[in-house]
Write a protein that binds this ligand. Structure first.
Ligand code: APR
Length: 235
């Protein structure tokens, strides 16, 4: 069995990393137009660096939770049965990797990577960034940015994501509000292709009616139960 799993901020919520659109969420406290767009970075780079430095430190201090570990178990279990898991995340944290997942597709980039806008070189990056940070490759200052996808920028790996989605037997969305496209359209796309869809979330998402089935509850409980049940049923 081939399973496509899409995760969102909700899977990292119980690791202490905030979500975006829940009550008190990140976008109710910070304005994404002023902190998460290329225009914002051009206009006030230090404010954008300060915002992402705070988030990067939060990711470093966070630990993966039982939901991340359960998806790593599912990845191994499906492979052992001749199938596979395509784990696509909207999250920019590394909790899936630290939770044991071997193949993770980050469609919104990775907070623990940085990229130089002058020479294009990208690399793992766990420290703070500033305007004065020189690019380790070309030496220029002022161009280093978090290697994440900002609003108005094109998500990453879309061709591979689309191919994996349409070759899946089951599509599962975990901890995402269904507010941001193209990810929010994956469930409807899967259903139109005759692929079963399942939503795991704290509460029905904006795209809940695109799902054949749903499990509502905290990810650290719902995801391990779902993964164990799926592996038991695929024998
Ligand atoms: N367990 C399961 N689901 C949870 C939990 C939890 N413990 N806590 C919150 N949720 C659910 C919320 O109910 C909500 O539906 O997770 C979802 C989080 O939604 P958002 O905050 O909108 O996050 P996400 O869907 O990942 O946002 C998508 O928007 O701002 C951009 O780039 C950003 O990748 C992000 C994208």
């Amino acid at each position: 069995m081939n399973v496509f799993v899409l995760t969102g901020a909700g899977i990292s919520a119980e690791s202490g990393l905030g979500t975006f659109r829940d009550r008190g969420g990140m976008w109710s406290r910070f304005d994404p137009a002023r902190l998460a767009t290329p225009e914002a970075f051009a206009r006030t780079p230090e404010a954008v660096h300060a915002f992402y430095n705070l988030r990067r430190r939060g990711v470093r201090e966070a630990s993966p939770n039982a939901a991340h570990a359960a998806l790593a178990d599912l990845e191994r279990g499906l492979a052992a049965r001749g199938g596979g898991l395509f784990l696509c995340t909207q999250n920019v944290d590394d909790l899936h990797e630290r939770g044991g997942a071997r193949a993770v597709t980050h469609m919104h980039g990775e907070l623990l990577r940085a990229r130089c806008t002058a020479c294009g070189a990208g690399r793992p990056w766990a420290e703070d960034l500033a305007v004065a940070t020189p690019c380790p490759d070309c030496g220029r200052r002022g161009g280093m940015r978090p290697d994440v996808v900002w609003f108005g920028e094109r998500p990453l790996h879309l061709a591979a994501i689309e191919a994996a989605l349409l070759s899946a037997d089951l599509f599962v969305a975990i901890g995402t509000s269904g507010a941001v496209y193209p990810a929010a359209g994956f469930a409807a796309q899967a259903r139109a292709a005759g692929i079963r869809t399942h939503e795991i979330n704290l509460a029905p998402s904006d795209t809940a009616d695109a799902f054949d089935a749903a499990t509502y509850g905290p990810a650290t409980r719902a995801v391990p139960d779902f993964a164990a049940d799926l592996l038991a049923r695929t024998g």
